[in-house]
Design a protein. Structure first.
Length: 320
């Protein structure tokens, strides 16, 4: 069925529903308010309201493909089942807006699909969708062939890791993404990892697009810097309920996923310095050719992990 509504309009509708639900407004009332705000969506929203009143379960958005993207019905279904419907609405809206922004910036479709693969997988898993079911839904949305979809799911069916399937397709999934996913699988935080990496990858791609007039060396240096600091930030930001790695281990993980032997060696050296008792800031200050003095100084002022995470978040945002 052809699309009747633009992605931007759809994103605004989903975003408003998420906002209304978050503020405590019941879904039935939220649907009515949204229909008044966006008259073009009155027909599908009225259908959803009737289904809700008839207690037809969680398949509220099924059969409305002309108005909503294919991923929306399962995203809302599992959001409803997991008790996080308002979050599902907001994240679905963000995914649509992100896709539009990336494509408008000239980002290749294959990279946009990588962002969406991780973002949608995190959204579905966060709502309680079983992994294989989520991968099937995401595969049809973001991957181009049955062969690729099957090969990515094969390791899981054989009792192996999701990361093993992603690594089989380096043309579609970056090594850094696989490193993130590997960590997520080890600590049981795959939904959080998917969303964190999707956000970081989106920032990296938009940064790369903004540097289109720069030479390749500048592009590489800036994007590598963002990914490396983003990786550090992610590892520091891991929920305290998980097994928090030591700073030495964090740096070793970043080293293993860094692009090129030179950057791998830089972070390996950092890890060795921290192992001897140096703080991360002091270790960075001792390597002025590799790390900006202002970054090293700010990191050196951080008194604990939370403050360090705030500094790194500021650094990543400033780079983008």
């Amino acid at each position: 069925m052809s699309r009747l509504i633009s992605n931007r309009e759809e994103a605004r509708v989903l975003g408003l529903l998420g906002t209304l639900l978050t503020s405590g407004i019941p879904l039935v009332k939220a649907l009515g308010l949204t229909a008044k705000t966006f008259p073009a969506f009155k027909f599908p929203l009225d259908i959803i309201e009737k289904r809700l009143n008839a207690d037809e379960g969680t398949e509220l958005f099924t059969g409305l493909e002309g108005y909503f993207s294919d991923f929306v019905p399962p995203a809302i279904k599992y959001g409803c089942m997991g008790g996080v419907m308002e979050i599902a609405f907001s994240k679905a809206s963000r995914m649509l807006l992100s896709t539009e922004k990336l494509l408008a910036s000239g980002i290749p479709a294959v990279r946009v699909n990588e962002v969406n693969y991780y973002r949608l997988l995190g959204l579905l898993l966060g709502g309680g969708c079983p992994l294989l079911t989520a991968m099937k839904i995401v595969g049809y949305q973001c991957l181009s062939s049955d062969e690729i979809r099957t090969s990515i799911m094969k390791p899981i069916r054989e009792g192996e890791m999701l990361t093993d399937g992603l690594k089989e397709h380096p043309e579609l999934f970056s090594s850094v993404g696989c490193s993130f996913m590997n960590i997520g699988e080890q600590i049981g935080a795959v939904p959080e990892v998917c969303e964190s990496f999707a956000d970081l990858l989106e920032k990296q791609l938009l940064l790369l697009a903004s540097l289109s007039d720069c030479d390749e060396a500048t592009k590489t240096a800036r994007t590598e810097e963002m990914i490396e600091y983003g990786h550090l930030l992610f590892l520091l930001d891991i929920n305290s309920g998980f097994d928090m790695p030591t700073m030495e281990r964090i740096l070793t993980i970043v080293s293993e996923s860094a692009t090129g032997q030179a950057r791998k060696a830089v972070y390996k050296t950092l890890a060795d310095k921290v192992k001897t008792g140096q703080t991360l800031g002091v270790a960075m200050e001792s390597m002025p050719d590799q790390f900006s003095p202002y970054v090293a100084t700010m990191i050196n002022q951080a008194r604990n992990r939370d403050e360090l995470a705030k500094v790194l978040r500021h650094v990543v945002d400033s780079i983008s």
